[in-house]
Design a protein around this ligand. Structure first.
Ligand code: HEC
Length: 133
């Protein structure tokens, strides 16, 4: 009896870990993106090494999101990831070149992809946590 309970709880725990690990890399990428986006919105001028680096970091995360959502067969998310990658790359280039107007435009476009994808693919659970839908 005790053994059965132990086995069952081990299986449940293993299942929970499997779900968490299924996309832990994705969550890490979102955390990186959130932090980098914080730096970008706080930056007084949308140019300079820090802005360029943050934009490059986001572009890298978005690049990884493309295959991730392709494997989930989520076409709209793939499109947002592609648009966001292009916007983040444009932001990095504009920041590097010191072109504030272009950089601001690219940042706006990038920000739009966060909201779009979260609205469509981020589901809030009853416990206050989120999952991908
Ligand atoms: C193509 C889809 C997509 C795009 C684009 C996207 N996100 Fe997300 N993001 C998600 C999903 C889905 C989750 C929820 C994952 C979960 O909690 O299971 C999430 C979660 C997050 C989280 C919470 C991570 C945690 O600690 O659990 C942050 C922060 C975040 N996103 C920031 C951003 C920012 C900032 C942008 C834009 C620069 C962005 N995301 C763009 C899909 C996306």
């Amino acid at each position: 009896m005790k053994l059965t309970i132990l086995v069952v709880s081990l299986l449940v725990a293993a299942g929970a870990i499997a779900v968490a690990e299924e996309y832990s890399e994705f969550i890490e990428g979102m955390k990186t993106t959130g932090a980098a986006m914080g730096v970008l919105s706080k930056a007084e001028k949308k140019s300079g090494p820090q802005v360029t680096r943050s934009a490059e970091r986001i572009a890298g995360v978005y690049e990884g999101m493309i295959p991730f959502f392709r494997q989930r067969d989520a076409k709209d998310a793939v499109a947002l990831a592609e648009q966001g990658k292009a916007a983040a790359t444009a932001l990095a280039s504009a920041s590097f070149a010191g072109d504030e107007a272009k950089a601001n435009e690219a940042l706006q476009a990038l920000g739009g992809t966060c909201k779009g994808c979260h609205a469509a693919h981020r589901e809030k659970l009853e416990n206050g946590k989120y999952k991908i839908k």
